[in-house]
Ligand binder design. Structure first.
Ligand SMILES: *[C@@H]1O[C@H](CO)[C@@H](O)[C@H](O)[C@H]1NC(C)=O
Ligand SMILES: *[C@@H]1O[C@H](CO)[C@@H](O)[C@H](O)[C@H]1NC(C)=O
Ligand SMILES: *[C@@H]1O[C@H](CO)[C@@H](O)[C@H](O)[C@H]1NC(C)=O
Ligand SMILES: *[C@@H]1O[C@H](CO)[C@@H](O)[C@H](O)[C@H]1NC(C)=O
Length: 498
C-alpha cells in the first residue's frame, strides 16, 4: 500500500517535471523568435577647432539601456580645418566639403539602408566655434545653419547642430571614459546590475586645439557648488570639471608665439626655444594675432599680412620657462586649492585617462599608457635637444607641421599637468595616456550621444533583470534531475512490487 502511494507520488513528480521542462523549452524557443538580433546606429560629428571627426556608433537593439554595449564602428577624420574656419579660404572650403562627403558616404555604406531614417545624427561644435561666436556671432550662426542644411541633405534622422559649453564637453568626456571602462555598473554573479566593487571612477583629461578639459570626482566637497551632480543608473556622482578656453594645444602655442614676437620688437625675427634648432619659418602676423586668444597681445601697428620670421633655438630649459609664462599662477589670492587663472580646483585624486592631444604628444615621445613623471621629463628633454635635420631623420613618417611643435606640446603638457593641475611624481603614474578602449575612441562625442538618446537611465530600476539563458539552464537542470530521480524511484517501486 505504502509503496503504491510512493509510486503514484513519483509518477506525479515525473509528469510535473516534464511539464516544467517543456514549458521552459517552449518559452526559450518563443523568446528566440521575437528577440531580433538587429543593431541600431547613431552618428555624431565632433566639430573641433582643428578638424571635424565623424563617429558612427552601434549597439544591439534589445540591449539599448545596458551599459558598455555601444561600440564605435567608424571614425572618419574630415581633412581640412575645423568648421570655424569656413569662409576664410574658398579653395580650402571646397576641399573640406569633398572630404565631408567622403566621410558621410562611408557612413552610408556602414548603416543598412532600411535604418537610415531611424538613425539619429547630431553635430556638436566645441571651442573653435565658442571663440568665433564670442567675436562674430553672425558668422558663427551662419556656419551652423550651413551645417544644418548640409546634414539635412543626408537620409538620416537629423537631430540638431549646436555649440556645446566647455562644461558639457568636460562632463561628456568623463562619461565616455567611464562608460567604456565599465565603471558605472556591472553584472554580478546573480546577473543583476550593481555598481562595481570599490566603484571608482576615472578622471578625464582632454586636450583639444582651442580648449582643454579636466573632469574628476574629488575626494571631498571643498567649495560649495564646485561640482556637478551627474545621475546614472540610480547613483549620483559629484563631478568637478573645468574647461580652459585658449589653453588648447594650438591656441596655447599661438599665445607663446605672440609673447615671443612681442618681446622681439625691433629685431627682424623672433627666437623660439620650443622650436628645434635650425628650424626657420615665416608666418603671417594674422596666423598668430588673428585669434581671439591673442587679441590682447596684438601690436599697436598690427598688420595682418606682415611677415614674421621665427627661428628655432631648441633650448628645453628656456622652453619650459617660456611655456610657464602663458599661465597665470598669481591669480588665486588666498585660495589654497587653485589650478591657475584664478580657477578653483579640489585636489586631484584617483586614476586619470589623458586622451586626444595628450595622447598624440606622448606617442611622439614614444610613450603610452602609464609611466613615471621623470620619464616624461627626460623624454621631452631629449626630444627638444634634437636639431631640425636630426629630428626629421628620426621621425621621417611624421608630418613636419606636427613635428616642429611636439617639443612645445610636451613642455606645455608638463606645465599644465604639474604646475597647473598639481600632479606630482606620486600621482603622475596614475594617469594613463590612451586614445581608445576596445577600439572605441575616448572622446566627448559618445557621452553626448548616450545622453541625447537617453541611453543611460538615471534610475536604477530601468535596468531590468533579464531572464538570461543561465537562469533557464539552471531551471532545466533542476527539473531534469527531479524527473530522473522520480523515474528511478518509480522503476524501483514497480520492480519491488512484482
Ligand atoms: C531605454 O530607456 C528609455 C528611457 O529610459 C526608453 O524610452 C526605451 O524604451 C528603453 N529601450 C529599451 C530597448 O529598453
Ligand atoms: C631663414 O630662412 C630665410 C629664407 O628661408 C633666410 O632668408 C634667412 O636668412 C634664414 N635665417 C636664418 C637666421 O637662418
Ligand atoms: C585642498 O586640497 C587638499 C589636498 O589636495 C585637501 O586636503 C583640502 O581639504 C583642500 N581644501 C579645500 C578647501 O578644498
Ligand atoms: C628634466 O630633465 C632634465 C634632463 O634630464 C633635468 O636637467 C631637469 O632637472 C629635469 N627637470 C625636472 C623638473 O625634473
Amino acid at each position: 500500500m505504502a509503496s503504491k502511494l510512493a509510486a503514484v507520488i513519483a509518477a506525479f513528480f515525473l509528469l510535473a517535471s516534464l511539464a516544467v521542462i517543456i514549458t521552459v523549452a517552449v518559452i526559450q524557443i518563443h523568446k528566440k523568435s521575437y528577440v531580433s538580433p538587429g543593431l541600431k546606429y547613431g552618428i555624431v560629428l565632433d566639430a573641433g577647432s582643428s578638424r571635424t571627426t565623424v563617429y558612427v556608433y552601434q549597439w544591439p537593439a534589445e540591449k539599448e539601456n545596458n551599459t558598455g554595449v555601444v561600440n564605435q564602428t567608424l571614425r572618419c577624420d574630415v581633412q581640412g580645418p575645423g568648421i570655424s574656419s569656413f569662409g576664410l579660404d574658398n579653395k580650402q572650403d571646397e576641399k573640406t566639403w569633398n572630404s565631408f562627403n567622403d566621410c558621410m558616404n562611408k557612413t552610408k555604406g556602414i548603416i543598412p539602408t532600411v535604418q537610415y531614417n531611424v538613425t539619429p545624427i547630431y553635430l556638436g561644435a566645441t571651442a573653435g566655434m565658442r571663440l568665433l561666436r564670442s567675436e562674430y556671432e553672425t558668422a558663427a550662426s551662419s556656419i551652423l545653419s550651413t551645417m544644418q542644411k548640409y546634414l539635412q541633405s543626408w537620409p538620416f534622422d537629423f537631430k540638431g547642430v549646436s555649440i556645446i559649453t566647455g562644461q558639457e564637453e568636460g562632463i561628456y568626456g568623463w562619461i565616455t571614459a567611464n562608460y567604456l571602462m565599465g565603471n558605472f555598473v556591472e553584472k554580478n554573479l546573480w546577473n543583476s546590475w550593481v555598481r562595481p566593487h570599490g566603484a571608482e571612477t576615472t578622471g578625464s583629461l582632454d586636450l583639444g586645439g582651442a580648449s582643454t578639459q579636466i573632469a574628476f570626482t574629488p575626494e571631498e566637497d571643498g567649495k560649495p557648488n564646485s561640482t556637478i551632480a551627474v545621475v546614472m543608473y540610480g547613483y549620483e556622482y559629484q563631478v568637478y570639471t573645468h574647461s580652459f578656453q585658449c589653453y588648447g594645444r594650438d591656441e596655447a602655442e599661438k599665445r607663446l608665439l605672440a609673447a615671443l614676437v612681442q618681446r622681439s620688437s625691433g629685431k627682424p625675427y623672433a627666437e623660439n626655444p620650443c622650436y628645434p634648432q635650425y628650424f626657420n619659418t615665416t608666418v603671417n602676423a594674422k596666423y598668430i594675432f588673428g585669434s581671439q586668444c591673442t587679441a590682447a597681445q596684438r601690436p599697436a601697428d598690427y598688420n595682418p599680412d606682415q611677415q614674421l620670421i621665427i627661428l628655432g633655438t631648441g633650448d628645453p630649459a628656456l622652453c619650459r620657462k617660456e611655456v610657464l609664462s602663458i599661465f597665470d599662477f598669481t591669480a588665486c589670492p588666498g585660495e589654497q586649492n587653485c589650478s591657475f587663472d584664478g580657477v578653483y580646483q579640489p585636489g586631484i585624486t584617483g586614476k586619470f585617462v589623458a586622451y586626444s592631444g595628450f595622447y598624440y604628444t606622448a606617442v611622439a615621445l614614444n610613450l603610452r599608457g602609464s609611466f613615471q613623471l621623470d620619464t616624461f621629463n627626460s623624454s621631452s628633454w631629449s626630444f627638444c635637444s634634437q636639431d631640425w635635420p636630426k629630428l626629421q631623420e628620426m621621425h621621417s613618417s611624421v608630418k613636419k607641421s606636427y613635428l616642429k611643435s611636439y617639443c612645445f606640446s610636451a613642455n606645455y603638457i608638463y606645465s599644465l599637468l604639474v604646475n597647473g593641475y598639481k600632479f606630482d611624481a606620486q600621482s603622475w603614474p596614475q594617469i594613463s595616456f590612451q586614445i581608445e578602449v576596445d577600439n572605441s575612441s575616448i572622446a566627448w562625442s559618445l557621452g553626448y550621444m548616450l545622453n541625447l538618446t537617453n541611453m543611460i537611465p538615471s534610475e536604477a530600476y530601468l535596468v531590468k533583470l533579464p531572464m538570461t539563458s543561465s537562469v533557464f539552464a539552471g531551471l532545466l537542470f533542476m527539473f531534469s534531475a527531479l524527473a530522473i530521480l522520480s523515474l528511478m524511484f518509480l522503476i524501483i517501486s514497480v520492480v519491488r512490487s512484482c
